[in-house]
Design a protein around this ligand. Sequence first.
Ligand code: SF4
Length: 417
Amino acid sequence: MTADRYGGAMVCTECGKMTVDAEKQDSGMPEEACAEESAVLSAAEDRRDRMAMRLLAWYRENRRVLPWREDPTPYHVWLSEIMLQQTRVEAVKEYYARFLAALPDISSLAAAPEDQVMKLWEGLGYYSRARNLQKAAKVVCTEYQGRMPETAAALRKLPGIGAYTAAAIASIACGEPEPALDGNLMRVFSRVTRYEGEICQRASKEAAERFYRGLFMAAPAGPGQSSNLYGSLNQALMDLGATICLPNGAPACGACPLSACCTIHLQAPGREAALPIMPARKPRKVQRYTVFLLQDADRIALRRRPPKGLLAGLFEFPMTEGHLTEREALQYVRKLGFSPIRIEDAGAARHIFTHVEWDMVGYAVRVDELAKIRYDSNGGGGDIILAAADEIRGRYPIPSAFRRYREWILNRTGGWQ
Ligand code: SF4
């Protein structure tokens, strides 16, 4: 038998059985407390039965009411899970409703113009998610007659669907016993088992998967239980991680259904937030830009970004590297072959991506006739689009990195003048 070590307990990698490792019980706690703790942990063999039962009972009473849970078809679960990556639940609700109203099924998503999909995604960020969503919808239509495959293994072959999303769809929409290992499940796993390895390592994910597969197998099926046991367990764990076993600050152990069988809580109460062990963060690279709101009487210049790289294929206000002074900005606009009439400070903005941060300053530059602009962005630019206010609102997808400037221009009294 090989075993994974979880703080005070060992889990067999073959059968998933959990046993107590006496060495690891030296938590500096008084002897009586340790004895009491041992008593709890010595019942470890049925621990996951109890965890599963408690989770399911808690979920029946406390589940979050979310629009995508009302009718959990594979398309609905898939769309919501992709939107929820990197985005808060509250922010996703509106996007989800709008997206489904416009593209209610997989075939309508597959057939939509890409700019429509991007516009529906505008503001959610990580736009490759939307592009992959549409690519996968096309594959489902051509290779699966418009029906999503129902196993995690088949789902993972679709563009943009990784292990987590495949497991979420397969379990929630199709009832497969697949643990959906997102940040919530990894955090709960590390605390419940007192797992002290760095949580982002592959070995940690493998250990968590073995642990949860054991938990799923131990779950009580039958009368009174959910008709979709595994979907309910995944969603219970997601909800527990999102509302009780919180990532920042102290988890609400007093309200937790797992508190009587959670290793870190029993062995080191008050120190639960020390887990999971996270990798050291690399500092983000800061890039400085000057953004131009080039406008004539009724239009403004937009440019399509290159087809590859950050914010690929979306629209931006023309920009150049560095922070230009007002005088430099005017020189730059003249160099583009244009005579500016007026320049105005449009303020500073900052946008944080995963690995990079944009530190921007902006200028609104009034020109007499925008069509004369010959824009040269030192080789990095695409076509210039001349857009009216309504088109900026409703047609062209402009990423939230430019929200400050988009709002600035749209909020001016009577539009731009
Ligand atoms: S008892 Fe506390 S640390 Fe343990 S799972 Fe519950 S909330 Fe998380």
